[in-house]
Design a protein around this ligand. Structure first.
Ligand code: NCD
Length: 309
């Protein structure tokens, strides 16, 4: 697929070949992402970063990716600092920002916001997380990290653990993994399992996940343990959050049961799902994963905004 001028709203819009193409380009971007080589093919372009929810990695890695390609960035980090606080609609805001930049990256608290924005934007819109919906660019960097560590994605035994209900990263990731014939296990506390419609979609695509509540039962049959934070901000009732907070904690004791080559991933931020003692073990890949946001988002911006490489 030629991504030039296209929206990136859902990972379901991508084929396996499209994904592999982006991962290959991301690989080539690594020396540029580290500043060891210079590429300025987006010189003169402007990226509009609209982040209406907190973000560290996604926002800064998009910015870093843009600057590494010579692209300038304009940004807004709070709805309260825009005319949306005065009652302007998202679609009007998008129409206005269209006039100031060449592509828009949008993070928004409402599921479906990225699709709505894409529908009323003449410039490409990249979904950087829409509520509990999805997070396709995180998925690309997650897949990149998995492939980097394991050499392939095909046939891996992958366990997703934590808040699979509200966690948008695991929604897009599970969708993408159906293309790679993985063995998927879903481990979540009561009430936070993967939504039924996502499970139905996985089955339709030929991936029937194993559903578990006990992580100890599956740790020794896992190549990749993908840990997520309980999404406190999405709970309608804080007392419901308190019932499940701290349900899972990955520490060296648990990892004693794991394969030597098991890798632990996390989109971050972590709260207390992964003990700091894990950081210095060869299992820990989450900081590498966070860095990978830069080459992967460089590959995306390059493809969407039209850089020559
Ligand atoms: C995630 C998100 O915002 O969905 N963070 C990220 O983009 N790296 C995960 C989270 O907030 O738990």
């Amino acid at each position: 697929m030629d991504l030039y001028d296209k929206d990136v709203v859902s990972i379901k819009d991508f084929s396996k070949e499209d994904i592999e193409g982006i991962l290959d380009l991301s690989e080539q971007m690594i020396p540029y992402a580290k500043g060891e080589k210079i590429d300025r093919t987006l010189d003169g372009k402007i990226l509009g970063n609209l982040f209406f929810e907190p973000s560290t990695r996604t926002k800064l890695s998009f910015e870093s990716a843009a600057y590494r390609l010579g692209c300038d960035v304009i940004d807004v980090s709070e709805m309260s600092m825009t005319s949306m606080a005065k009652g302007e609609t998202l679609s009007d805001t998008i129409r206005i920002v269209n006039a100031y930049c060449d592509a828009i990256v949008l993070r928004h608290p409402s599921e479906g916001a990225a699709r709505l924005a894409a529908n009323c934007s003449v410039k490409p819109v990249i979904n950087a997380g829409d509520g509990a919906g999805s997070h396709p660019t995180q998925t690309l960097l997650d897949l990149f990290t998995m492939r980097q560590a394991k050499g392939t994605l095909d046939g891996l035994r992958i366990t997703l653990v934590g808040d699979l209900k509200y966690g948008r990263t695991v929604h897009s990731l599970a969708d993408a993994l159906t293309m790679f014939g993985v063995k998927l296990t879903l481990v979540a506390p009561e009430g936070l399992q993967m939504p039924q419609d996502t499970i139905a979609h996985l089955r339709e695509k030929g991936c029937t996940p194993t559903v578990e509540t006990n992580l100890e039962n599956v740790i020794s049959n896992t190549d990749i343990l993908y840990v997520t934070r309980i999404q406190k901000e999405r709970f309608p009732d804080v007392s419901e959050y308190q019932k499940v907070a701290g349900s899972y904690r990955i520490d060296n004791n648990l990892l004693r049961e794991a394969d030597r080559d098991l890798i632990v991933m996390h989109p971050l931020p972590r709260v207390n799902e992964i003990a700091p003692e894990v950081d210095s073990t060869p299992h820990a890949k989450y900081f590498q994963q966070a860095f990978n946001g830069v080459p992967v988002r460089m590959a995306l911006l390059h493809s969407v905004m039209g850089g020559e490489f």
